[in-house]
Design a protein around this ligand. Structure first.
Ligand code: NCD
Length: 359
């Protein structure tokens, strides 16, 4: 069963096909209005969401399908202690496809391994958010006409910002992209995401200054400081106003630089920037819905072919050790054994959340 857990589950060719399909859906919605007649999407959202949940739901309705689900862990049996695996096995009896968001890292992979229908990772803790990347890719493609040869600034919370991790996985696969990583030192990229840049041989620089970097950027990807992922509220208070994109800073940017943001915005982009034609973040929301329509069509189509697999091959899996990430699914899921793979640098990485594994 093909599911989408990590953006690397989709090849570059598949992504181009999906973008072409999304553009066609936008131009000819009537052609697709009955493609999912009689099908059900289950949206299992254990964390808050506006765009991701509603755009998946709108996507399914616009394809002629229906939606069931819940929008908070307190409304599900997770509040009674039910495991992710049991939830996935249960919902497989009620729907044709699942979109799941969960605060625990690796939860979507565990759900997909236990579901008998395709599963879409709509965000697993601070780890990955592949469908946001689909929205980001189509936005860059439409706004810049290419996904290659771009200097991409990523600004804000690069540590906990799952959208950044997935976007790096995606953009390093296109030729000639350079990355400018703009964050306070305490919110720098986690090792597994930095490894992706190194492995791809991508040019990148690390800086704390948005002002100094903005003139060289083709794309600026702003992010929110992720309050809900901080263990220490004082650290959040100290870092929350690290960046603010203002009309003054936009004056330093290239005339064709594009500003993306996965949203929600807290105060890292002034509302005055919204009227600048370079601000793409609301068009990005529409692109997100179109790409989710494309994804639902693709996964339901592939579900007709029996057989398992379809995940990004991280390498040979071994059992044992202990994951160092206290937000990993191996810490909370009943009787889930730790599994790991060997990364490029020889270190052991958790199969579920990619963090380091101890002996
Ligand atoms: C993002 C997320 O949930 O990670 N939002 C979204 O899905 N559009 C970004 C965020 O919450 O900051």
């Amino acid at each position: 069963m093909k599911s989408l857990i990590d953006i690397l589950d989709l090849s570059v060719e598949e992504l181009y096909e999906m973008m072409d399909l999304a553009i066609d859906i936008d131009a000819h919605p009537d052609k697709y209005a009955h493609k999912c007649d009689g099908k059900k999407l289950a949206t299992l959202f254990f964390e808050p969401s506006t765009r991701t949940r509603l755009s998946h739901e709108a996507a399914m309705y616009e394809l002629g399908g229906n939606v069931i689900g819940f929008s908070g862990a307190q409304n599900s049996s997770a509040a009674k202690g039910e495991s992710v695996a049991d939830t996935a096995k249960t919902v497989s009896n009620y729907a044709d496809i699942i979109a799941m968001r969960h605060p625990v890292e690796g939860a979507s992979l565990v759900a997909a391994l236990n579901a008998s229908i395709p599963l879409i990772n709509a965000g697993d803790g601070g780890h990955c958010h592949p469908t946001q990347t689909l929205a980001d890719l189509l936005t860059i493609y439409r706004e810049r006409g290419t996904l290659s040869g771009l200097t991409i600034g990523m600004c804000g919370d690069l540590l906990y910002g799952r959208t950044v991790h997935s976007l790096i996985n995606a953009m390093t696969r296109y030729e000639g992209n350079k990355f400018v990583l703009i964050s306070p030192a305490e919110l720098a990229l986690p090792d597994y995401a930095l490894d992706v840049l190194k492995k791809a041989g991508a040019e990148y620089e690390v800086t704390e200054s948005l002002e100094e970097s903005i003139p060289k950027l083709d794309v600026l990807y702003m992010t929110r400081i992720q309050r809900e992922r901080f263990d220490d509220p004082e650290q959040y208070e100290r870092l929350k106003d690290s960046y603010a994109l203002t009309i003054e800073k936009m004056e330093l940017a290239k005339p064709d630089m594009k500003v993306l943001h996965p949203l929600p915005r807290v105060n890292e982009i002034s509302v005055k920037v919204d009227d600048d034609p370079r601000a793409c973040y609301f068009r990005q929301c529409l692109n997100g819905k179109l790409m989710r329509m494309s994804l639902i069509l693709k996964l339901l189509d592939e579900a007709k072919v029996p057989g398992n697999g379809g995940y990004w091959e991280k390498g040979e899996l071994h059992t044992g050790g202990c994951c160092t990430n206290k937000k990993c699914i191996t810490k909370s899921e009943q009787e889930l054994e730790t599994k790991y793979y060997i990364a490029e640098d020889g270190s052991r990485r958790c199969y579920y959340c990619d963090a380091a594994i101890t002996e």
